[in-house]
Design a protein around this ligand. Structure first.
Ligand SMILES: C[S@@+](CC[C@H](N)C(=O)[O-])C[C@H]1O[C@@H](n2cnc3c(N)ncnc32)[C@H](O)[C@@H]1O
Length: 335
């Protein structure tokens, strides 16, 4: 009763109601919420605190920023869902909020895209400075197994390096990326290696133009930390997997190297195992054993003679439940 009254009081105010609607499927910082709502930071912060205290939202601090998102469980969750059902989505104020939200998200995407495009030619070199690539790539190959697998999907393929290393294990490989510059580099790589059974195409991880249940293995290699809705991305990738198909995610373990956000457009400072586990279980996937790769010794962690922070890389594997009947593969039709 107390929890319900507390949550009802928190939700029962126009700005806070708007915040609940705006955050329905989003994770935003206070600054972004101020822009969407057109209100000052102290005001928005006060509203957010009340919503967090009432168990409707959760606050998740990452370095200098704090992100707010809905609590996905807990006693106030049903009230949140009920409020969303009752709200008239077409109200003018909510339509305005939605339009501003789209602008904020487009701006984020723009920052990330221009970063990638300016960086594309150097990408492989920069990645090598941060992680022990060979170790992780070997683990990725072990996780895929001797194969051959039928269809491989590499999302956020970048320069196509993951397609290159997994190409001998698959009958067909498809790389997807949102940056045309990256796709150009990946195409050049595949061409020069003669990997004709692998192709790349333009696409967005949130809305893949790939039929459901058609992929055997999907890989997200250093992609998730650039995304503002990693859970939605995992759900969309899981949709493309056939029953029994596997998702392999390689990314940084949770860290506090804030400059990766400012200098390299990382949206998330790595992930805790529990977070990835939650993304997977929400997407109907079962997490497999997790492998952590400790940072390289300090003498190897240098870039152009300058020391760089040491980051742990994690490989998470997950499998889609093999309960549905097998699906006929038609990758050519998809590409
Ligand atoms: C750090 S690079 C990793 C490239 C590659 N997976 C690798 O490890 O070599 C991240 C890639 O994700 C792509 N990317 C970012 N957001 C994306 C999105 N929403 N949909 C598809 N690709 C995206 C970027 O364009 C970039 O090529």
């Amino acid at each position: 009763m107390d929890v319900l009254v507390h949550a009802l009081k928190a939700a029962g105010e126009p700005t806070r109601l708007r915040i609940l609607v705006v955050l329905e499927r989003n994770e935003l910082t206070v600054g972004e919420l101020c822009r969407v709502l057109g209100q000052s930071q102290p005001r928005v912060s006060r509203h957010l605190k009340l919503l967090v205290d009432a168990g409707l939202l959760e606050r998740h601090a990452e370095g200098a920023s704090a992100f707010f998102r809905p609590c996905l469980d807990g006693p106030a969750r049903r009230l949140y869902e009920t409020v969303l059902d009752l709200v008239e989505a077409d109200e003018l104020v909510l339509r305005t909020d939605r339009a501003r939200l789209e602008a904020v998200r487009a701006e984020r995407a723009e920052v990330a895209a221009s970063y990638f495009e300016s960086l594309a030619p150097d990408w492989d070199r920069i990645r090598a400075a941060h992680v022990a690539d060979e170790t992780v790539e070997r683990a990725l190959l072990d996780a895929v197994g001797p194969g051959p697998i039928d269809t491989l999907l590499d999302i956020g393929t970048g320069t196509g390096r993951i397609l290159e290393i997994l190409a001998p294990r698959c009958r067909r490989g498809l790389g997807i990326d949102r940056s045309r510059e990256m796709l150009h580099l990946a195409r050049t790589r595949l061409d020069s290696l003669g990997l004709e059974h692998c192709a790349v195409r333009h696409g967005d991880i949130y809305q893949l133009d790939i039929p459901s249940g058609t992929m055997d293995v999907a890989v997200l290699h250093h992609v998730l930390h650039f995304l503002d809705r990693p859970g939605d991305a995992v759900r969309e990738v899981a949709r493309t997997l056939r029953p029994g198909g596997r998702l392999l995610v390689v990314d940084f373990a949770r860290h506090e190297v804030e400059r990766l956000r400012t200098e390299y457009a990382h949206h998330r400072l790595g992930f805790a195992d529990g977070e990835v586990m939650a993304f997977c279980s929400d997407a109907g996937l079962e997490l497999e054993p997790v492998a952590h790769f400790a940072p390289a010794p300090p003498e190897h962690a240098r870039r152009d003679g300058e020391a760089v922070e040491r980051l742990t890389v994690t490989l998470w594997g997950a499998r889609k439940n093999a309960i549905a009947p097998p699906v006929v593969h038609d990758l050519e039709a998809a590409s």
